[in-house]
Write a protein that binds this ligand. Structure first.
Ligand code: CA
Length: 223
């Protein structure tokens, strides 16, 4: 799950970014409205967390421009502007939620989960295939009943492969969905993570389609 955070208060930006990362999300963060808009237009995100009072362009402008470009990524507004008028404006402009600052981080996370569930037509949280079990809510993974500890990035990689079961994912797709905006496609970072992941799982779970990409194959059960 990859999130773009556009928030110009540096400390709050770091706080939210760290908190989301500790909860397993991959986060690109920026401090400027126009820069955020550029990233949103060029990369794939599952969610955008958007402040309103920003340098460059305001959050309302970002939201408006996103919809103009037909970018349908779900947006949660976080703002100190707490009048009903602002909330109505934000929701009418297409945000899925509006959280007033200051907010409780636990509640913020629950809203992130709710919105990303809505934005995801699959909306399943548990997956089973080939003896592998993945729970997206508790972030627990097991193979043949044995639990496995994964890093945030390994989990994200496995989640992507499992939710796209029986489809080959290219390196480009994987990097777009799991790595940050400045990811170097020339590096072998994806291979390194895949090989670590394979060591932790059974080695016949993730397959390589030579010259194309990676996949998991089998009868996927969702819950
Ligand atoms: Ca601000």
């Amino acid at each position: 799950m990859k999130i773009l955070l556009i928030e110009d208060e540096q400390r709050l930006n770091m706080f939210i970014k760290n908190g989301l990362e500790q909860n397993g999300y991959i986060v690109d963060s920026c401090l400027h409205g126009s820069e955020g808009m550029e990233w949103a237009a060029t990369c794939h995100y599952d969610l955008i967390v958007l402040d309103i009072m920003l340098p460059g362009q305001s959050g309302f402008d970002v939201l408006h421009n996103l919809r103009q470009f037909s970018i349908k990524t779900p947006v949660i507004i976080i703002s100190a502007l707490s009048n009903s008028e602002h909330v109505i404006k934000g929701l009418d402009a297409g945000a899925m939620d509006y959280i007033k600052k200051p907010f409780d981080f636990g509640e913020f996370l629950a809203r992130v989960r709710a919105v990303t569930r809505k934005g995801d037509p699959r909306s399943f949280t548990k997956y089973k295939v080939q003896g592998l079990e993945l729970d997206l809510l508790t972030r627990k993974v097991s193979v043949d009943g044995q639990s496995v500890e994964l890093t945030k990035r390994e989990f994200a990689l496995l989640e992507l492969l499992v939710t796209n079961c029986n489809r080959v994912l290219t390196k480009t797709e994987i990097s777009e969905k799991i790595w940050e905006v400045n990811f170097d496609m020339g590096s072998n970072v994806i291979e390194v993570h895949l090989s670590q992941l394979r060591k932790k799982l059974r080695d016949d779970i993730i397959h390589t389609k030579v010259g194309i990409g990676y996949y998991i194959e089998g009868d996927l059960q969702k819950q």
